[in-house]
Design a protein around this ligand. Structure first.
Ligand code: ZN
Ligand code: CA
Length: 351
């Protein structure tokens, strides 16, 4: 899932670092892939229900205009405190407009009022409001975080809503969250109860699954999604599903962007190298908008093990290479020029 982070800040403390943002992206992937360090805390009776959802997150590498981006937008604003009224989602209201919500998961990080740590919308919400909002000091796993919101799980939980999940208690006494393998629960849990925590509607002797990411317990208390939740979330990506468009989003893949891959370079360096089709099946065409800078220089393709596969001199603005014989996978293209070397990733599609 490609993510764009909109940091809407008033104080320097609210203008959180790139490193703090990255820590959130990494912890999201760990939680959703069940690679989190505290999986061992899942009670034995629930372990067989715990799932690797096979959902991963990255900061977007291409912006809606097709250019390279860090996937982070920073915007100062006079607004000191935001209510949960979506103002942060609109430039006209002191926030920042969403990026195409059919291709990007938009996360707004700002100073939410009171005890609100964040909120997320369910699929099917108005497109310009689609995404999640997280308070700046409950975001990521490093930086100045408010204890006990130090493991990035506000975002794990809110993105669970964005992927269609409800709270375990179903938001009414003993009502259903629509997921078969999460036990019925009388009400939400907070802090970190002792296991087992029985409630009046329990249907098993283990009581509540209060360590599920979709309860309200402390970050250090939660550690799993279930297989049922996995199936529900992944179901949204099926053909006709509300998140299906993400399967066609390539904005995690910087090699598909226009322009050079090095941001610092692209400002002083007007050369643009493009590759198409990429991902490719049988051939790739490499083109340069400034042919005098590349003709006579070399073009090389390596596999991910670093083995040189193709090396040739560039003779024209467009170079088409027949690569139908290569195994599917990732390749590295290096184009030399008068202005230095350009590196692109090429993807050979599977059969
Ligand atoms: Zn919630
Ligand atoms: Ca359930």
């Amino acid at each position: 899932i490609p993510v764009v982070i909109h940091v809407i800040y008033n104080t320097t403390e609210q203008n959180i670092s790139d490193a703090q943002i990255l820590s959130q992206i990494m912890s999201l992937t760990k939680d959703y892939r069940r690679l989190n360090a505290d999986t061992g805390n899942t009670p034995g009776v629930f372990k067989s229900l715990a799932a690797d959802t096979i959902i991963q997150f990255c900061l977007a590498k291409i912006d809606p205009q097709g250019n390279y981006t860090k996937g982070i937008v920073r915007k100062y604003n006079k607004t000191q405190v935001f209510l949960s009224d979506d103002a942060m989602k609109f430039s006209s209201k002191g926030g920042d407009d969403s990026w195409d919500t059919t291709r990007y998961l938009n996360i707004w990080v700002c100073n939410l009022s009171g005890n609100t740590l964040g909120y997320g919308v369910l699929p099917g919400s108005p497109l310009d409001r689609d995404g999640v909002v997280i308070k700046y000091n409950a975001f990521g796993t490093i930086g100045r975080l408010a204890v006990p919101y130090t493991k990035g799980r506000t975002a794990t939980h809110e993105i669970g809503h964005w992927l269609g999940l409800k709270h375990l208690c179903g938001d009414a006494a003993c009502s259903d969250d629509g997921i078969a393998d999460t036990p019925l629960q009388e009400t939400s849990n907070t802090y970190c109860p002792k296991f087992p925590h029985l409630s009046s509607c329990f249907t098993n002797s283990y009581g509540d699954m209060f360590m599920n990411f979709m309860d309200f317990t402390d970050d250090g208390c939660m550690n799993l999604f279930t297989k049922g939740q996995k199936a529900a979330m992944r179901g949204l990506f099926a053909s006709g599903g509300p998140r299906n468009s993400f399967l066609n989003s390539n904005v995690c893949d910087g090699s598909l962007a226009e322009g050079g891959p090095v941001a610092e370079d692209s400002q002083t360096n007007p050369i643009k190298i493009k590759t198409y089709a990429n991902p490719f099946d049988n051939s790739v065409t490499i083109t340069c908008d400034n042919q005098s800078k590349v003709i006579g220089h070399s073009l090389k393709i390596y596999n991910t093990a670093g083995k040189l596969i193709i090396s040739q001199i560039i003779l024209a603005q467009n170079t088409t290479l027949a690569l139908g014989n290569l195994p599917s996978g990732i390749y590295i293209l290096k184009v030399e020029s008068k202005n230095g070397e350009f590196v692109h990733k090429l993807i050979k599609q599977g059969k």
